[in-house]
Design a binder for this molecule. Structure first.
Ligand code: ZN
Length: 257
């Protein structure tokens, strides 16, 4: 039974994983459980989003948007890599999930099929942790290196706590039947990797790699030093070639004279 973590435990596992954290006022008691009559949990996966906006902390943590009351996630992740705790209860982030997609995360399958409404649906807010990562989502706004690193850590921390594999990590666009496209966009870099495009597959591989190590691990950020090659001998200059030729000629002349 994967019961939701207490607020204190959720905060503690993030800190243990090396995530910089902050606490939004009253986050420990804010949730959608009472208002909907649907208590949060049991939980079976982490669902990742981009905010499609900037300065969205208050919207995510408390205010919500028209027709969708807050909290809109459990954790808000800023460009700086700061994770702000928004809720430990039910949050309005996942909406309706396609059953086929959800099952692939529940059962930690190696592949995740495109969400099909025909496979029936589940309420994603019952069963998933939601991370809202700040990015405009226009395909140009860049996830910073610090932000991506923290994002991997947050997902790994939750998987580690429940003994889930990285195949319990999903993205909104992989489960939504409402045509969600998040998260997407370029990433500044991660570990020794330079700029790349966010993909769920690469994200899961990065979480999986992290889970092979202790929570205190940090990925190397520079490539291992390579032994410098000895400098190649310089080819002779024309003058040197001519001088050598002249010497040979002169030696030849001496012998024949
Ligand atoms: Zn989303």
């Amino acid at each position: 039974m994967a019961a939701p973590l207490t607020a204190s435990r959720l905060l503690a596992i993030l800190k243990a994983e090396g995530v910089k954290t902050a606490e939004y006022p009253d986050w420990r008691t804010r949730g959608r459980d009472a208002a909907t009559g649907r208590p949060f949990g049991p939980v079976h996966m982490v669902l990742n989003h981009h905010t499609a906006g900037s300065n969205s902390l208050a919207v995510v943590a408390k205010n919500g948007v028209a027709g969708l009351p807050g909290p809109l996630a459990h954790i808000h992740l800023a460009k700086s890599g700061l994770a702000t705790m928004c809720s430990a209860g039910r949050a309005n982030h996942a909406g309706t999930m396609a059953r086929n997609a959800y099952d692939s995360f529940l059962n930690e399958k190696a592949t995740h099929p495109a969400p099909s409404k025909a496979s029936s649906t589940v309420d994603g807010n019952d069963l998933s942790y939601g991370i809202e990562t700040e990015n405009l989502g226009n395909g140009k706004d860049v996830y910073t290196r610090a932000q991506y690193d923290a994002w991997v850590r947050i997902n790994a921390a939750i998987c580690r706590e429940y003994d889930w594999s990285a195949e319990s990590v999903g993205c909104h666009k992989e489960t939504s039947i409402e045509g969600k496209i998040d998260p997407k966009g370029p990433v500044e870099g991660y570990g020794t990797r330079g700029r790349f495009e966010f993909t769920p597959g690469q994200f899961r591989r990065d979480v999986a790699e992290r889970l092979k190590h202790a929570a205190s691990w940090s990925p190397a950020t520079t490539a291992p030093p390579t032994t410098p090659k000895p400098p190649a001998p310089k080819p002779p200059t024309d003058t040197e070639r001519i001088t050598a030729l002249e010497k040979r000629m002169s030696a030849l002349e001496k012998r024949t004279s």
